[in-house]
Write a protein that binds this ligand. Structure first.
Ligand SMILES: [Zn+2]
Length: 263
């Protein structure tokens, strides 16, 4: 029996990829190969793992504060979300597919107002709603398909050593890779829309990133890893303010002003 030709393999792959293209909230083309239920499962597992390794905060006021800010954002985006506050000095927060939000108490020291905390939570929730995890996992799957194709090439007698090592380097990019710059910028801007709709002042996002820049020195948290430089990120946020400040003013007029007591 003849082996499938290389052309056939490539064509089949292209068809699969085309079928899985989606568009992000800001109009970017996305590759999404994973089902929502699979992603939700990954999210739930990651959330359980975090709860095994990091204690939950026993500070009722801190927990109430985080829930107050998170719930105001959740009201805007809809869906069912679980919020946990972790007792850790790490300046960090995350959101996971399947509606999970985690905030570390260390973040509460750096965020000077509820609006600044809302900027971080809005950013994290935006990663989830924009499907960024799906893109990352999908990229990894494509890399795996690439490896299989390389093996086909090797089997066909083509000197494949170089191809294998080239693809092998790519295969190191996996689920746990920090979000890309494109994802970070998108999460910043979409998150800014969420916080503004919820009645938090979007100008405080600029103050937040200035604080983060000042606080520097420690290990960068998720929302500051891999990233647009602070200057680029602040500039991009400022460029969106003419759209989001009026949205915030409208939210206030509609009676949305979350009364969250900072601890
Ligand atoms: Zn991020």
């Amino acid at each position: 029996m003849r082996k499938p030709s290389r052309t056939l393999v490539v064509t089949t792959l292209s068809a699969t990829l085309l079928a899985a293209c989606a568009t992000s909230p800001l109009g970017r083309t996305q590759l999404k190969l994973v089902s929502d239920s699979e992603l939700d499962q990954l999210g739930a597992t990651a959330f359980q793992e975090t709860q095994k390794s990091t204690p939950l905060s026993t500070d009722g006021r801190a927990t109430a504060y985080v829930n107050c800010v998170a719930n105001a954002i959740i009201r805007e985006v809809g869906g069912s979300w679980e919020v946990k506050v972790f007792a850790s000095n790490d300046v960090n927060a995350f959101a996971l597919p399947g509606g999970k939000i985690g905030v570390y108490t260390g973040l509460l020291k750096i965020t000077e107002t509820p609006d600044q905390l809302a900027a971080v939570i809005g950013h994290e929730v935006a990663h989830v709603i924009a499907g960024h995890s799906n893109e990352r996992v999908s990229q990894q799957q494509v890399t795996s398909v690439g490896l299989t194709m390389a093996q086909v090439l090797v089997g066909g007698g083509i000197a494949g050593g170089t191809v294998m090592s080239a693809l092998g380097a790519g295969a190191q990019y996996g689920v746990l890779l920090p979000f890309s710059r494109a994802h970070e910028s998108e999460a910043d801007l979409v998150g800014l829309d969420y916080m503004s709709s919820a009645g938090f002042d979007p100008r405080q996002a600029v103050a937040l990133w200035k604080n983060m820049a000042k606080a520097g020195g420690q290990k960068p948290p998720e929302f500051a890893s891999s990233h647009p430089s602070d200057a680029t990120r602040i500039q991009q946020i400022e460029e969106r303010l003419p759209m989001d400040v009026p949205l915030y003013v409208k939210s206030l007029a509609a009676g949305k002003r979350p009364d969250c007591k900072r601890v």
